[in-house]
Design a protein around this ligand. Structure first.
Ligand code: NAP
Length: 357
């Protein structure tokens, strides 16, 4: 059905653009637009015809890119072309030296991190609302939601129920709490330096990450799969293992906040609370005493806790692999940066995993 719909939309746009060509035949821009539309539609047509799970594709693709590029950067950086080094590194461990003109053009302020938490928080609230509504009113998700999930989840037949409503509600509450806290931190508390930059690709990945991770809460959930109904919520349905994961999530959530506050306070005057510097200083205290990036360690643990809660979700397994690879590569570069920039950097401090790595 989607393939037919797509072909109809494509035909409509084709006719429109051909009409413009007719009246304005020397418009190269129109021709370029047409080529672009064609490429986008062909891509979607391919995905639909072959029942490709877009969410899985996103996270597998991200993991491959981060593992390949991250390993190359960590192991043989001097041999790599500047454009790879400059586009991969960001923030305090940004690329130093000659710059690639094209990559420099698509660098944006790191403070734009705050934008995708606006999106993530709203998207998570919407998912939570849908799960809650399904449970309270005992109704399936609206048709447009089921159709959209079919579209991004590899088609109707590919989507099976793997997550019960009880589990989905707990996971949606936890994800919303995380997005809400990050929204608050990045928009109201965190002190970004004006010089810190990220690449446009990091920015797009940020949006796609939350787009996919929040949809993953619904993809295989009762009431969101054609022909299934949501079940009732009860605390008694929560297993002992899920309670243990809830505890792990709560611990990691609060420790990530504490770690982020340590970074914020480094730039403030302890007495007046005024921002004194935008420099990157040596953090101490809390879990910073044993790892260089505790906020990244707790990010991994929060996603692992969510996987423990939604143990049956294959999509969430892919998400955890992606988050682990991403945070590990970033933590290794951060650790190297600290060691290069602070002669007195504590020797026993590891990059991400206490006492190990
Ligand atoms: N789920 C995922 O896949 C994913 C991906 C990326 C990030 N994240 C999470 O997002 C959060 C932020 O990531 P990030 O890469 O931006 O972390 P980050 O580089 O450590 O920066 C966090 C904040 O602390 C500041 N900061 C960092 N080191 C500092 C130092 N030594 N002295 C003073 N201030 C310092 C930064 O300032 P500047 O802006 O000036 O550098 C920034 O405002 C982390 O919790 C991470 O786990 C998650």
């Amino acid at each position: 059905m989607y393939v037919y719909l797509l072909t109809a939309v494509k035909a409509g746009i084709y006719i429109r653009i051909r009409k413009q060509f007719y009246f304005n035949s020397d418009s190269l821009q129109n021709f370029e637009n047409f080529k672009l539309f064609n490429m986008i539609f062909d891509y979607f047509e391919y995905i639909l015809k072959n029942k490709i799970n877009l969410i899985h594709t996103i996270f597998i693709g991200f993991t491959i890119i981060i593992v390949v590029n991250g390993s190359l950067i960590n192991l043989m950086e001097p041999l790599l072309p500047v454009f790879i080094r400059q586009s991969f590194r960001y923030g305090k461990h940004k690329h130093i030296g000659s710059k690639d003109a094209l990559v420099s053009m698509i660098e944006i302020p790191k403070s734009w991190f705050s934008h995708f938490y606006v999106f993530a928080f709203s998207w998570a609230l919407w998912a939570l609302y849908l799960v809650l509504k399904g449970i309270i009113m005992h109704t399936t998700a609206p048709d447009y939601v089921i159709q959209f999930l079919d579209l991004v989840g590899g088609g109707t037949e590919a989507r099976k129920v793997l997550i019960d409503s009880n589990t989905a509600l707990i996971a949606a509450v936890l994800m919303t709490l995380q997005c809400a806290r990050r929204f608050y931190e990045t928009n109201f508390v965190q002190i970004f330096s004006k010089k810190s930059k990220i690449n446009l690709s990091h920015y797009i990945v940020g949006y796609l990450h939350y787009f996919g991770a929040i949809l993953a809460l619904l993809l295989n959930t009762e009431g969101f799969v054609k022909g299934s109904m949501p079940s009732t919520f009860s605390f008694r349905k929560i297993t002992l293992f899920q309670y243990a994961c809830l505890f792990l999530f709560h611990f990691s959530w609060s420790q990530q906040y504490k770690s982020n506050m340590i970074l914020v306070n480094l730039r403030k005057d302890a007495k007046t609370g005024k921002v004194e510097t935008e420099k990157h200083l040596l953090p101490t205290g809390g879990f910073f005493n044993i790892v260089s990036s505790p906020h990244m360690l707790f990010e991994v643990l929060m996603y692992a806790a969510l996987l423990g809660i939604m143990a049956n979700s294959f999509t969430w397994k892919l998400i955890v692999i992606w988050v682990c690879s991403n945070q590990l590569m970033n933590a290794l570069l951060t650790h190297k940066w600290y060691k290069e920039n602070f002669k007195n950097y504590p020797k026993h401090r590891k990059a991400l995993i206490p006492f190990i790595l």
